[in-house]
Design a protein around this ligand. Structure first.
Ligand SMILES: *[C@@H]1O[C@H](CO)[C@@H](O)[C@H](O)[C@H]1NC(C)=O
Ligand SMILES: *[C@@H]1O[C@H](CO)[C@@H](O)[C@H](O)[C@H]1NC(C)=O
Length: 241
């Protein structure tokens, strides 16, 4: 029977007491990023809400305009956790780095070719981790604001309803002034304009996220200065065994 170098290494290796990030560690780190993103995400949505308010007649208050975005914020609250956990953990940081019960050569130290899901590795590759969290947050918001999605359709309907309250009044005034007139085309045109503008405004979410976080960050260099939280986050990660 032949022993490969790997088998011999495994046989003689001194057990290393490095745990993979599992259970509480995964849940804690995922929640820490989601919670740290609360403010940036809120800031971006407030900016979007104020642009919506600006295009509507009578410029509703910022609270009302934020309310039109509720379908997006509700879906974000519901989906953010699972999306973030998947993006960080199985997708990039792979738990124990053992393959068939054996640590690959050079593992589990942080530079081993398999990116392990140990706290040390999460800290070592913090630039990558920070980028994954940013990219995930940006993408989930972008997909909820994509024309044709359920959430987009609901937001569009809310905004049109708000605009309509005002249009109906205009329509009555118009009908009164022109008792034998046909359906006022300007109202249809107005509705189309609102749809077009709303689409343009919601499409700004990814670039607003980038601006809010301080650049797109390429995962290697120190981008994302405003969504980094490097020191407290590293300390938190290392609080897991
Ligand atoms: C980010 O998360 C870390 C770890 O939970 C926490 O210590 C820090 O205060 C958070 N920062 C912000 C700005 O939320
Ligand atoms: C960004 O996130 C999306 C959605 O999760 C994913 O499909 C894409 O591969 C990510 N991009 C990078 C560069 O990680």
């Amino acid at each position: 029977m032949r022993f490969s170098a790997l088998h011999l290494l495994a046989f003689f290796a001194v057990p290393v007491t490095v745990s993979a990030c599992e259970g509480d560690c995964i849940v804690g780190i995922t929640n820490a990023f989601i919670s740290n993103y609360t403010d940036p995400v809120h800031g971006v949505l407030e900016n979007i809400a104020s642009q919506i308010s600006n295009m509507l007649p009578k410029h509703p208050s910022s609270a009302s305009s934020l309310h039109y975005l509720k379908p997006i914020t509700d879906a974000y609250s519901k989906d953010a956790y699972d999306g973030m956990e998947t993006a960080i953990f199985p997708n990039y940081f792979h738990g124990k780095c053992q393959q068939n019960g054996v640590d690959p050569p050079g593992c589990p130290n942080p530079d081993c070719p398999v990116v392990c899901g140990t706290p040390g590795s999460l800290v070592h590759f913090y630039g990558k981790l920070r980028y994954i969290a940013f990219n995930q947050t940006k993408h989930i918001l972008q997909s909820l604001a994509t024309p044709g999605s359920d959430t987009y359709q609901q937001v569009e309907q809310d905004v049109l309803n708000a605009a309509n309250a005002n249009m109906k009044r205009m329509s009555r005034i118009y009908a009164h002034a022109n008792p034998y007139g046909t359906t006022p085309m300007f109202l249809k045109k107005r509705e189309d304009d609102i749809k077009t503008n709303l689409k343009r405004i919601l499409a700004k979410i990814p670039s607003l996220m980038e601006r809010t976080c301080g650049g797109s960050g390429d995962g290697e260099t120190n981008g994302l200065s405003d969504c980094s939280w490097e020191d407290p986050m590293k300390a938190y990660i290392l609080s897991f065994p």
